[in-house]
Write a protein that binds this ligand. Sequence first.
Ligand code: GLU
Ligand code: ZN
Length: 290
Amino acid sequence: MSYTGRFAPSPSGPLHRGSLLTAVASFLDARASGGQWLLRIEDTDHQRSYAHYADLIQQTLHTYGLLWDGLVLKQSDRLPTYLDHIDHLAAHQHLYNCNCSRAQRRGQPRYPGHCRQHVDLLRPEHSWRLRVADLSVSFNDLLHGPQQYHLPSTSGDIILRRRDGDIAYALAVVVDDADSGVTHVVRGSDLLADTAVQIYLQQLLGLPSPVYMHIPVLLDASGRKYSKQNHAPAIPLDEPTPTLLDILKLLGHPAPASMHGASTQDLLAYTTLHWQRTKLPRTLTLADRP
Ligand code: GLU
Ligand code: ZN
């Protein structure tokens, strides 16, 4: 079976341990399957994306031996492609104008649907929302098994194009995965439930669905996701081996002591040969870390 995987970081900060863990897992799963591994910079959110972080992320991946195949795809180069797909959804009445203010939506976990009845033509000065059908989406996750999510109570009607013209991540990700021929998505389990609306979009757009595997996200000592927002420190570039050894251990693939002085590339090559999905953990904590 052919395998194309990818890593899709957002350049809103440097990689941290959590995002490096995802990169390592998706790289190893691809290489252990004899697959390609692509890199995509998810910079559709122009207010939070910085070119220097995209450069730093690539430098970090290099340092850690995570060498990708082919050219780096940048979402900011692909706006016309996304708009083609938006047009398709609009032509089939799947989108509506939303002019709700932030205040109207405050405190609501999902969009309550004030503008759902809008049938007028889409207007650039408004956000465009996806009118999700009242149905449940099922899929099988390679690590978590069968999943089922009811769209109205999970994602609700998400915005696909913001009033400032930015395209939502959910649309960009399905279009890019399909255009790049991605067959396997390995990413953090914080996106497990988001997969449902992404599969729904694939179906509306006639795109294939990849296989999904959601690996655990790192939690900090207080149980929060290890993330840029929580000021997770950037990972070291000068001595990468100890950090990579830690990450391999967290992924259930500790390297033998004889490999502890190895280069990152040799460590990854060794782990590729021994990679087994059944050894992956379902949850992780970083409670014992600084
Ligand atoms: N860009 C997303 C993130 O950094 C990842 C999206 C994905 O892997 O599908 O959280
Ligand atoms: Zn609205």
